[in-house]
Design a protein around this ligand. Structure first.
Ligand code: HPA
Length: 274
């Protein structure tokens, strides 16, 4: 299958480019930044088989490059920007880099995103470590014939997030005195921000947050057996809960502010992990 071969080839291409063992990978959501010590970079456009290269129109707030370097005592690869389903990419293309991370022999994946808070116990600027998700989108990266080399046909989702990564994040937040909630993320297709009625429906379903990304990658990580944790950044209250209208620039500004605590949290967490 071309998909599998492209994943393996891309994993080799990136590993050869960097040349050193990478411990963990981090995906950055809209507006979120993370500086590394001794940073080296590789643009997505220079990765021959990167699926996004086929399409135009990347989302503002995404740098579209890999960066490599140190956070604390770990070597990390940061994915600055991701593909979204709402851009017209297939779910398999959205999930592609998650499988690449797995095939590079990386031990775990931390995903960040910008999202809206439905739960009124949360405030704008809060970080939520995901405990579960609800997909509100009738598509996912596992649809179609299964390639056993990537993972098994029927994927268990009892524990979608790695208890080890999650517990280490919670521990680190406690130590650093950073407020870290746990909650359920609703994956909405977008790209329009949800209506008031949709938010009320998602609230009744049990969503604490709503956003337009992350879940395809989480599903692929579970399929591939790659430990994953998500730090969701509430850049705004969801439609109808906040009284003003949405504004992507506000999302980016709040995400930038949250980046300071995210870096502290990731640094302490990575230092605790093997
Ligand atoms: N809804 C969906 N996606 C988002 C939001 C939101 O309120 N904020 C940032 N990304």
């Amino acid at each position: 299958m071309a998909y599998y071969n492209n994943i393996v080839e891309t994993a080799k291409f990136i590993s050869d480019f960097y040349g050193e063992k990478i411990d963990y990978a981090v995906v950055l959501g809209s507006g979120i930044t993370l500086e590394l010590a001794n940073q080296k970079e590789l643009k997505y456009a220079d990765i021959p088989l990167f699926p996004g290269n086929k399409k135009e129109g990347h989302v503002k707030g995404h740098a579209n490059k890999l960066t490599f370097g140190k956070i604390g005592n770990k070597t990390v690869m940061v994915l600055n920007g991701r593909l979204h389903y709402y851009e017209g990419h297939s779910m398999k293309d959205v999930a592609f880099m998650t499988y690449v991370v797995k095939f590079m022999g990386i031990k775990g994946l931390f995903i960040t995103n910008a999202c809206g808070a439905i739960n009124t116990d949360y405030s704008e600027g809060d970080i939520v470590c995901l405990d579960d998700f609800i997909s509100l989108v009738s598509d996912n990266p596992l649809i179609g014939p299964n390639d056993e080399r990537l993972g098994e046909r029927f994927v268990d989702m009892t524990t979608p997030f790695s208890p080890k990564l999650v517990n280490t994040l919670l521990d680190s937040a406690n130590q650093l005195n950073i407020k870290l909630h746990q909650g359920t993320y609703g994956f909405f297709m977008g790209p329009y921000f949800e209506t008031r009625a949709e938010i009320q429906a998602f609230k009744k379903m049990g969503c604490d947050l709503v956003g337009m990304s992350t879940v395809p990658e989480v599903i692929a990580a579970n399929h591939a057996g790659l430990p994953v944790a998500v730090l969701a950044c509430a850049t705004n209250m969801a439609t109808g809960i906040q009284k003003r209208k949405h504004d992507h620039n506000h999302v980016l500004e709040t995400a930038q502010k949250i980046s300071v605590n995210l870096k502290k949290l990731l640094t302490t967490t990575l230092e605790k992990l093997d």
